[in-house]
Unconditional design. Structure first.
Length: 428
């Protein structure tokens, strides 16, 4: 029977879990794929670090790059992480030396995916990255294979479990942002430095990859990114009163032959499907023809979910299929135009914390009028003891650029004592 010799580079929680899984499930994977998966070599930064796995000394590579040159390695699994440094060197070297590559590294694929795909195609090897987007959700294989008959017009959803846990916990537990972030770290849902999750960069990388697969386009950095750090308990309470939930959502849609990629906190109707996705769950929604709307939901992170995706890629390679990394060959992928969010229209929630003085409200509404933004709903919550007031305005559909101009102008006013908020509304 055929054999697939594997080198796992990176032995953190995911690498260790995968190593254990492949050894414990070798029999069933062999039967299903008609190929024996053998973990031939492993490597990581520190050999003597305490790990939950036992390995043979002969398996250890002191120099991780050695895996890319060894004749008895067919597949390299990169679990180092990061777009630069060791991960970049390993994957570029592996593909150049005609080794198959499986990676969970969204940052690397989002930045260098086009270059890597070209090398993989030239050398007739596979570059698989199912685990790079939404952990255990089989979204990439669905786009490449299950939904291949469909012309996709839009993909959106909750792609980051950490931010989703924080926003849904603020809502359910009536806690503030910092309290919930501490809980997330204690539970292992947030890294010690969770900035990529909180500022939207994690979702941005995933969305770039999904956009490329949906629209057969090259990866593109033209993307609007806004995180959740500015969302506070008052916004959550206001959203509930108005019939919404706040979620960090990534959107990519094709409109008039232009793609708009955006990541930002969004007010979603509280009776919509996506509003019900709480905790660390992810959900991806795809609009396409002829299938209509497809939804994939599940665990978006963690060793078990990520291993599920990694093993899916390993199995695909075990079966001997050579595929284009982004479904089409580099020659056939398109250079589509990417549009700015400034040209899009949104209904929006704006919140202004002001000193309660005569004429403040009329001044704010005049600024809206001047920028041709019409007001759908206005709520004023005065605190007479402190002589301050909170003004919440919901707008009709307005150009994003106009909404930003209002925010900029009002921010400069002396009656403002706290940075104003703008949260876009999605009425789907």
């Amino acid at each position: 029977m055929r054999k697939l010799n594997i080198a796992i580079i990176g032995l953190g929680n995911i690498g260790s879990y995968l190593y254990k899984y492949l050894n414990e499930n070798k029999k069933i994977l062999t039967e299903k794929n008609n190929c024996i998966p053998i973990v031939k070599y492993i490597s990581a930064k520190k050999r003597n670090k305490k790990r939950s796995i036992n390995f043979n000394k002969k398996q250890w590579l002191n120099n991780y790059l050695e895996a890319t040159y060894l004749s008895d390695v067919d597949l390299i699994i990169e679990l180092i992480g990061g777009a630069e440094g060791a991960a970049k060197k390993l994957v570029f070297n592996a593909l150049k030396n005609k080794k198959h590559v499986v990676t969970a590294n969204k940052a690397l694929i989002a930045k260098y995916g086009d270059q890597l795909a070209k090398i993989a195609e030239k050398n007739k090897v596979n570059l698989e990255f199912e685990a790079s987007v939404c952990g255990g959700l089989p979204i990439i294989r669905s786009l490449k294979e299950g939904l291949i008959a469909n012309k996709i017009s839009k993909i959106y959803g909750i792609f980051n479990g950490t931010s989703n846990y924080i926003l849904s916990s603020m809502d359910k537990k009536n806690k503030n942002f910092d309290e919930v972030l501490t809980d997330a770290k204690n539970l292992g849902y947030a890294e010690a430095n969770p900035s990529a999750d909180l500022n939207g960069d994690d979702v941005s990388s995933k969305l770039k990859i999904l956009t490329s697969l949906c629209f057969n386009s090259f990866l593109n950095d033209k993307i609007y990114v806004e995180g959740i750090k500015e969302i506070d308990k008052t916004d959550i309470i206001n959203a509930n009163k108005l019939g919404y939930k706040i979620k960090l959502i990534g959107f990519s849609e094709l409109l008039k032959n232009k793609i708009c990629q955006r990541v930002h906190p969004t007010l979603i109707k509280n009776n919509s499907y996506i509003a019900s996705i709480d905790g660390v769950l992810n959900a991806v929604i795809i609009d396409g023809k002829p299938v209509g709307q497809s939804i994939i939901q599940g665990e978006g992170a963690g060793p078990a979910a990520t291993t599920s995706a990694l093993v899916s890629d390993i199995s695909s390679i075990s079966r001997g299929n050579i595929k284009f990394p982004f479904s089409l060959s580099t020659k056939e992928r398109k250079k589509l135009k990417f549009d700015s969010i400034d040209n899009r229209f949104f209904s929006a929630y704006l919140r202004f914390e002001v000193f309660d003085k005569p004429g403040v409200l009329s001044n704010i509404t005049n600024i809206f009028s001047k920028n041709k933004v019409s007001i759908k709903r206005l709520i004023q919550n005065p605190n007479k003891n402190k002589k301050i007031s909170s003004i919440v305005i919901i707008t009709h559909n307005s150009k994003n650029n106009s909404l930003n101009k209002i925010l900029k102008e009002v921010t400069k006013k002396k009656y403002i004592f706290k940075k104003p908020k703008l949260i876009r509304i999605d009425e789907n």
